[in-house]
Design a binder for this molecule. Structure first.
Ligand code: SF4
Length: 322
């Protein structure tokens, strides 16, 4: 597929997209992934030193509460997830320099020793040697979104880092032998069609193991929310299908919003649409209710539990893989 073809697919009439590209992407998902996969997700710290213009957890934004879990609390919650049958664990955090690095390593080791088949981590930028240590501790995948493939846009929206630093981190992750989860934000204010095409192309070039992408959803109190949004769900679906066809084996987030953004990423219709488009990863939120509200990269995150995920797989008529 060429960039020009990607552009045409992003613009073709919806009906044509559904009958051709979406149908092909759904079949590819079934053939390559055999169904949708439930991943336990734990936002273990919502403290972040950065100021990404689109993010509800940016350092200067007000949240109901800022929290940081201890390694023991993380292991306890992960253990409960393991007991419930889940075998994939995604640990996520703001870029929190006060979270001890040795605790990250010990949590990874413990989770792997517990029996988790796949442990993924997304906690911001680290040094080259730290990615190597994470790999040695047993980490399977590191999630480092490139967010925007164009330097100027990236540096405008991510003022706490640079395009060069982000790309270096991505290179180091892959050199350490970790799978790379990476991707973009779809249809944020000011994104051009060419930028979206280049983002999709970059996922293919990086051979990402997971595209953890959602459409732009304005977060209260953030600078970018003043500029517009939300992103179009239609474009999100087309990106999902394109990534599925470009990278048939990749994981792609199916936890997507529907028409009513207040239903968040647990929206039944939104999740089903994403699966039809070729996505395959649903989350089971491990955060206790008292903190779930405060892990707020976007408003109304509303990720739900295992029963919801089971129900979605059933409604979609596909296998649920734990
Ligand atoms: S996107 Fe990540 S690094 Fe940026 S402010 Fe939000 S939590 Fe921090």
């Amino acid at each position: 597929m060429t960039k020009q073809e990607i552009k045409e697919i992003l613009q073709m009439p919806r009906e044509e997209y559904e009958k051709t590209i979406r149908a092909q992407a759904f079949e590819t998902m079934l053939a390559e992934k055999k169904g949708v996969c439930a991943t336990a997700m734990l936002g273990y710290s919502n403290i972040c030193k950065n100021q990404c213009l689109y993010c509800g957890m940016r350092a200067s934004n007000h949240l109901p509460k800022r929290y940081r879990y201890h390694a023991e609390q993380i292991v306890e919650l992960a253990s409960a997830a393991y007991q419930s049958g889940l075998r994939r664990l995604f640990l996520i955090s703001g870029e929190d320099p006060k979270f001890p690095f040795e605790d990250i390593l010990s949590v990874i080791q413990t989770a792997k020793a517990m029996g988790f088949e796949r442990v993924s981590l997304g906690a911001g930028e680290f040094s080259r040697s730290q990615y190597v240590q994470m790999k040695a501790a047993g980490l399977d995948e590191y999630v480092m979104k490139f967010e925007m493939s164009h330097k100027d846009t990236f540096e405008r929206l991510n003022p706490s880092t640079t395009f060069e630093k982000r790309n270096k981190a991505i290179t180091w992750i892959q050199e350490a032998g970790l799978d790379l989860g990476s991707g973009n934000i779809v249809d944020y204010p000011g994104q051009t069609l060419e930028e979206l095409v280049d983002d999709i192309w970059l996922m293919k070039e990086l051979n990402v193991s997971w595209a953890p992408n959602i459409p732009y959803m304005p977060a209260a109190g953030t600078p970018l929310a003043q500029e517009g949004g939300p992103g179009r769900i239609d474009l999100m679906h087309r990106e999902i299908s394109l990534v599925r066809l470009l990278l048939p084996r990749a994981d792609i987030t199916a936890q997507q919003p529907g028409k009513n953004l207040k239903n968040g990423l647990g929206d039944t219709e939104g999740n089903l649409w994403a699966i039809q488009a070729g996505a395959n990863v649903l989350f089971v939120d491990l955060l206790p209710a008292a903190d779930a509200e405060s892990f707020r990269v976007i408003d109304h995150r509303m990720v739900q539990g295992l029963e919801h995920v089971r129900g979605i797989a059933e409604k979609a008529g596909v296998n649920l893989i734990l």
